[in-house]
Design a protein around this ligand. Sequence first.
Ligand SMILES: *Cc1c(COP(=O)(O)O)cnc(C)c1O
Length: 371
Amino acid sequence: MKNKIVYTKPSISKLEIAYVTDAVTHGWGDKCYDYIHKLERNFSEYLGVKHSIATSSCTGALHMGLAGLGIGPGDEVILADTNWIASVAPVIHLGATPVLVDIDPTSWCISVQQAERAITAKTKAIIAVHLYGNLCDMDGLKQLAEKHKLALIEDAAEALGSEYKGYKAGSMATFSTFSFHGTKTMTTGEGGIFSTNDKALYQKVLTLSNHGRKAEQTKQFWPDELGFKYKMSNIQAALGCAQLERIEYLVERKRHIYAYYRQAFAYDTNICINPEPKYCLNSAWMPTLVFSKKSGITRQHLSEAFAKEQIDARVFFWPLSSLPMFIAQPEHVHSYDICQRAINLPSYVDMTEDDMDRVIAVVRGLLDANT
Ligand SMILES: *Cc1c(COP(=O)(O)O)cnc(C)c1O
């Protein structure tokens, strides 16, 4: 029987093991924040922003960032219907109302026109999620945010290393968030980070992240307000520091895998892969194929064909509004259509060309059988 091809897993080198060993052996007492602060400094520098706060997850970073902006009951927050639930859950936990809109069929990210149409007097923010490494139309969204005085948030969890007109994904908004979950381009096991150039917002979120204790508060065990506990441990941060030192390599490998798949299907009119417009660099967290309608190939066909070959490919995100806790919005035609005929391909950093060829063969077999 063929070996199983997983869809993603981290690349762990001697450096990660050395840093984690150091943190777990020596990183206590006076040193219990050393790797955390180093990760925050180095991440800010990598992104080209002023401030970062390491967190236990991207969801937590988003929750605190939205709370830091004062978003709550009566407020509306706009985001794309095509998303993972983590991007919307914090909006709801804060008592605010998420307003889902359709995606752009080319970028698979939020449609600027649809976002504009959804703006009301209650709108406070737009969350731009860079799907699968693809980039949102940041110029369009920035204009919209400025015109209507809205906060623009980048959930860049899937786009670490992607660039838009020379700016790193996650460096262009009021604040941004990233995930270091084990499936992401860089990992701390579980973890995330909040980044911003806004000093006042940074200080606000720093206080929130420390159970509401202000940095200047000298009284012990004295929260100044009700906050959160979404911290990253020093041991996780040690892993993150090592991954960040290797980030150029990790992104280069992701891009190599993306380029290999892209080349394989370059002349196939039945397949679209993640776009990379001239002014963007796609860090290709998740190489994804969208099949043409006329190919007749569906999510069901794809899932079955890959499972049969021991290949863990994943379905495209369901529209959030199709999930049980929301009201269906099938008028979001692209969100409801594209996910019917799309698949995420395996793309872990250490993947071999033989493994990629096995993935490509499954796709070719399906195309031959159906077209
Ligand atoms: C993975 C992911 C998240 C969730 O990250 P956690 O660290 O698991 O909270 C949030 N947003 C996007 C866009 C993601 O891809």
